[in-house]
Design a protein around this ligand. Structure first.
Ligand SMILES: CC(C)(COP(=O)(O)OP(=O)(O)OC[C@H]1O[C@@H](n2cnc3c(N)ncnc32)[C@H](O)[C@@H]1OP(=O)(O)O)[C@@H](O)C(=O)NCCC(=O)NCCS
Length: 173
């Protein structure tokens, strides 16, 4: 039987959602540790010192993805990335495992990107197979195939795979 199609809802994250997003972020960073050299600290927590910026700092947004009234993921977006000051940037994006592979990530990401019609950038590691399937296809779909892909310089420690940045324009919905 085909899995049920659930429409995701995008809700702006408020202070009341900060603990929720912090918890989901740990799951996200654990997933991320499959693809990059990321280790938790001595207490078993993955560090992410930028979360507070997404609650209240201008040019930073947190979105909670909900489905059937329950939280199923989140997105963090920002503007003002050096070199791409005219664009919004999809910095982090996560869907809980139990809700994956049903098109929910694609539909939720589309909702996020359509919040700011215009230029967007996002990055992904080539060894992150789901991301490498999702992002180029969605960017092409939204921009009518006009997607610029640039390989980014390796960071320290070097990622085990190339990191690509996409830049594309999202029309108003
Ligand atoms: C990436 C992620 C958001 C995808 O969410 P999802 O709800 O499963 O995605 P969808 O079901 O909408 O799938 C969209 C496309 O992504 C790709 N994809 C998703 N999961 C995949 C997998 N396990 N293997 C290969 N491709 C996959 C496919 O191209 C898929 O399109 P298709 O269904 O037509 O084949 C989810 O896997 C996730 O949260 N991963 C951990 C966090 C992460 O890596 N975020 C991205 C950081 S750049």
């Amino acid at each position: 039987m085909a899995p049920e199609r659930t429409e995701p809802e995008l809700v702006p994250g408020t202070d009341a959602d900060r603990a929720l997003v912090a918890n989901l972020l740990q799951l996200y960073l654990h997933d991320h540790s499959q693809y990059a050299q990321v280790e938790p600290d001595a207490s078993g927590r993955f560090e992410f010192p930028w979360l507070d910026d997404y609650f209240g700092r201008p040019g930073r947004e947190c979105w909670v993805i909900r489905a059937d009234g329950r939280p199923v993921g989140f997105a963090l977006t920002r503007d003002g990335v050096p070199g791409d000051e005219d664009a919004w940037h999809l910095a982090e994006f996560f869907v809980l495992r139990a809700h994956r592979r049903r098109g929910l990530g694609r539909r939720a990401a589309r909702l996020v990107l359509q919040r700011h019609p215009g230029w967007w950038t996002l990055s992904y590691l080539a060894n992150n197979t789901p991301a490498a399937g999702l992002w180029p296809a969605l960017a092409a779909e939204l921009s009518g195939g006009r997607v610029r892909r640039v390989e980014q310089a390796q960071t320290q420690p070097a990622a085990p795979a190339p990191r690509y940045r996409l830049r594309f324009e999202v029309p108003a919905p």
